[in-house]
Design a protein around this ligand. Structure first.
Ligand code: GUN
Length: 293
């Protein structure tokens, strides 16, 4: 039997701590931190993520703005929105929700975001600073996972951490952050991906297994070492006729079985997802403070 890592409750705690700081800023006469989000298209998952981010802003006392654009928005139109947000002194930080429609270059858009306002931490300058161990906006999902490990006081030093998935948003930055000389960190990290051979031989060696693949229930019981810490980053909508809305969120881990073998495990939903949003709030507060005299 494992301990369920409650990301929902931990994220609520992080938000409460941020709210206290925002209340103090207000008392000190500073303006409220302001996060903007740009959403292009009508993907259901992206919409619900962005609405979660806006709701969190309200809860912690931030100002928020949502810029919603049609699927057919051109790359140049989006780049102009980004440049305008860079210039808008009322906005402390902003995000462009990914994925973008195929006709828009994500890389071009991310490179146009001002690094000072890049609260997602996706700009190459922030990525580079993160790799160099310098002060920067850390990508929200890896940051949220580290915060869960910290708050559950999970030992990481000298542990073998296997990460499945090498995305720019999760797997790659997480593998770097976990190998740093700090806590959480000091792990020996194996970053695995679609070309990895004998994956389950590696996963069975993991003290900490982090799965960010987007394939429902990919990790089964027999891929996990007894007593491993299992962090599930997957959130895929799968059909479920028993639900009124017709779908449910599925993680990348067969939770029911793996929880019998792990020492700690994150559920989906209610694990990593809420922590991603909480970390975005932390970054936005940092962006607002960075601008203060
Ligand atoms: N799409 C999936 N995760 C994220 C995220 O953390 N930020 C943005 N902007 N888009 C995403």
């Amino acid at each position: 039997m494992s301990i369920r890592i409650d990301g929902k409750a931990t994220a609520a705690q992080v938000r409460a701590e941020i709210k206290e700081k925002v209340d103090q800023l207000k008392l000190d006469g500073f303006k409220l931190p302001h996060l903007a989000a740009v959403l292009v298209g009508s993907d259901g998952g992206s919409k619900s993520y962005v609405s979660g981010k806006m709701k969190a802003c309200e809860e912690v006392g931030f100002k928020s703005s949502l810029i919603e654009k049609h699927e057919t928005t051109t790359e140049e139109e989006l780049l102009q929105i980004v440049r305008d947000l860079n210039e808008d002194s009322g906005v402390d930080g902003y995000i462009v929700q990914l994925p973008l429609p195929k006709h828009i270059s994500e890389q071009k858009v991310l490179e146009t975001i001002s690094p000072d306002k890049d609260v997602d931490g996706f700009h190459p300058l922030n990525m580079g600073k993160m790799v160099a161990g310098l002060d920067c906006f850390k990508p929200a999902t890896p940051f949220g996972i580290l915060e869960l490990l910290r708050r559950y006081e999970i030992e990481t030093s000298g542990k073998h951490c296997v990460v499945i998935g090498r995305s720019h948003i999760v797997g790659t930055p997480l593998s770097i952050m976990l190998s740093r000389n700090s806590y959480p960190g000091n792990c020996t990290v194996t970053l695995t991906h679609s070309r990895t051979k004998n994956l389950s031989t590696l996963t069975k060696m993991a003290d900490i297994l982090i799965v960010a693949l987007g394939q429902p229930e990919f990790v089964t019981n027999n891929m996990v070492k007894p007593g491993a810490v299992v962090i599930d980053v997957g959130t895929t909508r799968v059909k479920d006729a028993s639900r009124e809305r017709g779908w449910r969120l599925s993680g990348d881990v067969d939770y029911k079985r793996v929880k019998e073998k792990a020492s700690y495990i994150t559920p989906v939903p209610g694990g990593v997802g809420p922590m991603t949003i909480a970390s975005l709030m932390t970054n936005t507060l940092q962006a607002a403070k960075g601008k203060r005299p």
